[in-house]
Ligand binder design. Structure first.
Ligand code: CP
Length: 290
C-alpha cells in the first residue's frame, strides 16, 4: 500500500511538489489516466472531499466506482479490510477512504493498491492541509514567517492537527485560539483579539457538535459573541490577511453569514483548489511517486 495516508509520511519536498503540480494543472497542464479505475469509500458524510476527489478523477479521465456504503455488504458485517480487499480484487487501481476511526488504515497494511486518506477520526486530513497550503501559497507566494492562528474546536479537528504539524515544518508560526475547553495543547494558545490583530492567516474551524462527548460550555449565541468572526472583527485584521475555513461552516456560530464570502475570505477558493490538489495527489500516487 502506498498512496497518501498522512502528511507526516511525506517529505517537505514532496509536499511542495504536489502544490507545484496542482498549480501547473490549474494553469492548464493536462494529465490523463484513461486505463485506471478508482473507488471512493466514505463512512462519514462529506461534500467537499468526497465530490472533489470524484471531480479530480473525472478531470484525470479515471473511471470512478463510488461505493454506496449504506447498500454494500458492510451492512452485513463485512470488515473494512474485506471491503477494500474486494475492491482490489475487482480491479481498482486505488481507493479513497474516509472513516471515523483514527488510523483505520493500520488494518489495511496487506492491501497492495494505493489508499488515499479522505480523513480519519480526529487525526489526519492530508488533502485538506495540502489545499490550505496551496491557497496560502497562491496568496503570499511563500510560507516562511507567515503567522497563522487556528481558531475554534481544535480538540476535535483533524484539520488543525494536520495543519499544525506541516505549517511548523514550513517555518510558519502557528497558534491556536478560541474557547479554552478546546485547547488540547497542540500549539501555543493566544487570546482571540491577538489572533485577529496579528495573523496573516485566520483559520476558523467548524464546531463539531457530532464529535462532542459532553455539551459545549457556551451556547451557540455565546460562542458567536465571544469567538465568532463578525464583520466588526474582520475590520481588526491586517490589511493583507486572509480567512480560511475547511467548511462546512456553521453560519452564525464561528462565522457570520456576511463574512463567509467577504473580500478577505478564501473559503470558496479553498474548495476550488481542493480539486487541483487532489488531481496532483492522485497523479503522483498512481505513478508511485508519493
Ligand atoms: N473540509 C471537508 O473535509 O469537508 P467535507 O466534510 O464536506 O468533505
Amino acid at each position: 500500500m502506498n498512496g497518501l495516508l498522512t502528511l507526516t509520511d511525506l517529505t517537505t519536498e514532496k509536499m511542495l511538489d504536489l502544490i507545484d503540480l496542482a498549480l501547473e494543472m490549474k494553469k492548464g497542464l493536462k494529465i490523463s489516466y484513461p486505463d485506471k479505475k478508482m473507488a471512493t469509500l466514505f463512512f462519514e458524510n462529506s461534500t467537499r472531499t468526497h465530490y472533489s476527489f470524484i471531480s479530480a478523477m473525472h478531470q484525470l479521465d479515471i473511471k470512478v466506482v463510488d461505493v454506496n456504503t449504506a447498500c454494500s455488504s458492510i451492512q452485513k458485517g463485512e470488515t473494512l479490510y474485506d471491503t477494500v480487499r474486494t475492491l482490489e480484487a475487482l480491479g481498482m487501481d486505488g481507493v479513497v477512504i474516509r472513516h471515523p476511526q483514527d488510523q483505520y488504515f493500520k488494518a489495511l497494511e496487506k492491501i497492495k493498491i494505493p489508499i488515499f486518506n479522505g480523513g480519519d477520526g480526529k487525526s489526519h486530513h492530508p488533502t485538506q492541509s495540502l489545499l490550505d497550503l496551496m491557497t496560502i501559497y497562491e496568496e503570499f507566494g511563500h510560507f516562511e514567517g507567515l503567522r497563522c492562528c487556528i481558531i475554534g474546536d481544535i480538540a476535535h479537528s483533524r484539520v488543525a492537527h494536520t495543519n499544525i504539524e506541516v505549517m511548523k515544518r514550513l517555518n510558519m508560526e502557528v497558534f491556536i485560539s478560541g474557547p479554552k475547553e478546546f485547547d488540547d495543547g497542540c500549539a501555543p494558545f493566544i487570546p482571540f483579539e491577538e489572533a485577529l490583530l496579528t495573523s496573516d492567516v485566520v483559520m476558523l474551524l467548524r464546531i463539531q457538535f457530532e464529535r462532542h462527548e459532553k455539551k459545549m460550555n457556551l451556547s451557540k449565541e455565546e460562542y458567536h459573541q465571544a469567538f465568532g468572526l463578525t464583520e466588526q472583527n474582520v475590520s481588526k485584521m491586517k490589511d493583507n490577511a486572509i480567512i480560511l475555513h475547511p467548511a462546512p461552516v456553521n453560519r452564525g456560530i464561528e462565522i457570520a453569514d456576511a463574512v463567509v464570502e467577504c473580500a478577505k475570505s478564501r473559503i470558496y477558493r479553498q474548495m476550488e483548489n481542493g480539486v487541483w490538489i487532489r488531481m496532483a495527489v492522485l497523479s503522483r500516487g498512481l505513478e508511485g511517486k508519493l
